[in-house]
Design a protein around this ligand. Structure first.
Ligand SMILES: NC(=O)c1ccc[n+]([C@@H]2O[C@H](COP(=O)([O-])OP(=O)(O)OC[C@H]3O[C@@H](n4cnc5c(N)ncnc54)[C@H](OP(=O)(O)O)[C@@H]3O)[C@@H](O)[C@H]2O)c1
Length: 176
């Protein structure tokens, strides 16, 4: 059974992209991830699951195939003109989660954004999440955890100060 994991950066005030749709605040950050660097994390990932808004953002950035070594699935209810190596999933979340759980070739990265990640959390489908808190307040944007009414008490596996003023929070969801 595959583990479905989150790995996501957030501003200190809880946004994953700013109100202008920019991640400049993240790129400008002096936070050093060290052993938790994305290049290390992605090596254990076999499958990446991407929400439509995040994929549209990647398209806008000119990156239609961001993860060439991973099976990449974009979840949307609308037609999407994507390269053939991108799998467009429009059959609903529940059958997707069932298919992902049945995989046995490596971890699944629930890349996000916040909306799709929340849909997985609401279904008890996220095993754990690594949150990289950046020491910036950005005033608005897309929330890390959209306020849908969902409640949970994940278990803190570790909290670690990162060079440059960031914090890594690693939580597990008990019922997955
Ligand atoms: N800071 C970070 O580490 C990080 C990581 C990832 C993303 N981001 C940023 O996050 C932003 C987008 O995040 P977001 O939360 O607005 O959107 P999102 O989760 O990327 O995408 C939401 C879309 O996913 C599709 N979807 C299908 N089933 C769904 C379901 N059951 N629940 C929710 N969505 C479902 C819908 O597309 P349809 O409308 O087509 O049905 C929905 O509009 C982007 O700007 C991206 O750059 C930042």
């Amino acid at each position: 059974m595959a583990r479905i994991v989150g790995y996501i950066a957030s501003s200190l005030d809880g946004f994953i992209v700013d109100a202008d749709g920019s991640l400049q605040w993240l790129y400008e950050s002096a936070v050093e991830l060290g052993e938790h660097h994305y290049e290390i994390f992605i090596k254990r990932i076999a499958t990446v699951v991407v929400g439509r808004a995040t994929y549209d953002w990647l398209l806008k950035e000119g990156v239609p195939s961001p993860y060439p070594k991973q099976r990449t699935i974009v979840v949307t209810s609308r037609p999407l003109d994507a390269p053939p190596e991108i799998e467009v999933w429009n059959k609903g979340i529940d059958p997707l989660i069932a298919e992902l759980r049945a995989l046995d070739n490596g971890d699944v990265w629930m890349l996000g954004g916040g909306q799709l990640q929340m849909a997985f959390m609401e279904r008890g489908a996220l095993h754990e999440i690594e949150i990289y808190l950046m020491p910036r307040l950005i005033g608005g944007g897309a929330p890390l955890f959209p306020p849908t009414g969902f409640r949970a008490s994940p278990k803190l596996l570790s909290a670690k100060e990162l060079k440059g003023g960031g914090v890594r929070l690693h939580y597990a969801f008990a019922d997955t």
